[in-house]
Design a protein around this ligand. Structure first.
Ligand SMILES: Cc1cc2nc3c(=O)[nH]c(=O)nc-3n(C[C@H](O)[C@H](O)[C@H](O)COP(=O)(O)OP(=O)(O)OC[C@H]3O[C@@H](n4cnc5c(N)ncnc54)[C@H](O)[C@@H]3O)c2cc1C
Length: 346
């Protein structure tokens, strides 16, 4: 009889691991505290490996590249074509200084990931690819094959797939550190995002998790608006970063990044919202007629060195946490690591 695996955490990482374990033959049960504070609920959904690459982050780039290469198989496994929101990305500079910043990022990528396909594009080529973008760009790069998912559709599709593969969702779903020893299961994975530190107090120092807050907006197209872009548009816009991630009915605009004031710091600040709106509407002027559906904030669970902590803690206990600004992109790679760590199901 197949052995049982319990997952604590039903964000992107927990559900991705639960599905991969079920597919590998484990009987899976998931405990989840719900969407409040779940970073995957508010995320932009970019599958960014190249667009998220920053000089000095070599180890993160290697795990991101591995995970992003696994996304086509996960999308096929989920079987919902609407989970995928975009298939490629444009990096767009707002000024010559911004262009120099993107050139530096591209030079780093060519050095560390020679197989990366980055095509320099002029301002005119950017307008050809996305006619609603500003005329006042300084060009940029096209990243073919680096797309995005609709994060909320993804979470729903993962839950459906886990259930269809025989997995169960326990109620009530919130557990405490004291409950872990008595939860059922031959193997127990803690994948509770920022909540993982509180669940594993004995390892909190070692995990070194901290929270990085980010504001993010959801804009909806109206009957008289220009359509959303087809690409993910990552703007380096007059010294700030702003991205536009297409959705079926609009655009997700993200995201600020600063130290969170504790796990309950979940309300967007006016300044962050104002900066995002200003930059997004300059980058794509037609966004001014979109409706502001949601101004939200979330907290990215960040590890000490920026690389997710995916490891076995003892004979029964594993952890997958600290996925920072790339947790959705890193989901299939983490799931593959966890399945390796679990060993044979029976
Ligand atoms: C503004 C913003 C934009 C982002 N954009 C992107 C992006 O474009 N691309 C990308 O790849 N990443 C993005 N991220 C990062 C991404 O959202 C996270 O890295 C990812 O969600 C981490 O996944 P997770 O499953 O570890 O944690 P979470 O998504 O936070 O999920 C943790 C889950 O654990 C549950 N939980 C917590 N404590 C307990 C408990 N005690 N008992 C039971 N359950 C518990 C919670 O209810 C939650 O469902 C963004 C994040 C933010 C904040």
């Amino acid at each position: 009889m197949a052995r049982e695996m319990t997952v604590v955490g039903g964000g992107a990482v927990g559900l991705g691991c639960a599905l991969a374990a079920a597919d590998a033959g484990w009987r899976v049960r998931v405990y989840d505290a719900g969407p409040e504070g779940r970073a995957a609920q508010v995320a932009g959904g970019m599958l960014g490996c190249l667009g998220e690459a920053h000089p000095g982050e070599d180890a993160l780039l290697a795990v991101s590249a591995d995970s992003v290469a696994r996304w086509p198989a996960l999308l096929e496994r989920l079987g919902d074509p609407q989970v995928q929101a975009a298939a490629s990305t444009l990096l767009v500079a707002g000024s010559a200084t911004d262009r120099a910043h993107l050139d530096e990022q591209a030079a780093y990528l060519r050095l560390r990931l020679p197989q990366a396909v980055l095509e320099p594009v002029s301002a005119g080529e950017i307008r050809e690819a996305e006619t609603a973008l500003s005329r006042n760009t300084a060009g940029g790069y096209r990243l073919r094959g680096e797309g995005a998912v609709d994060n909320r559709r993804l979470l729903a599709a993962l839950r459906r797939a886990v259930t269809a593969a025989g997995g169960e969702f326990a109620a009530p779903g919130r557990v405490s550190a004291g409950d872990l020893a008595s939860l059922p299961g031959d193997q127990l994975l803690v994948a509770a995002g920022l909540g993982s530190a509180e669940l594993l107090p004995g390892w909190a120092d070692e995990l070194g998790l901290r929270g990085e807050k980010g504001e993010i907006l959801r804009l909806r197209r109206t009957g008289w608006s220009v359509p959303p872009p087809e690409h993910v548009v990552r703007g380096r816009w007059h010294g700030r970063n702003v991205y536009l991630v297409p959705r079926a009915d609009g655009v997700v605009v993200g995201a600020t990044q600063y130290e969170a004031d504790g796990p309950g710091d979940l309300l967007p600040q006016a300044g962050g919202v104002a900066d995002l709106l200003l930059d997004a509407c300059e980058l794509m002027p037609g966004l001014r007629t979109y409706e502001l559906l949601e101004a939200g904030a979330g907290i990215r669970p960040v590890s000490r060195d920026g690389v997710p902590v995916v490891r076995r803690l003892d004979d029964r206990l594993l952890v997958a946490a600290g996925h920072g600004r790339n947790g959705i992109a890193l989901t299939p790679g983490t799931a593959a690591q966890v399945v390796d760590l679990l060993g044979e199901p029976g």
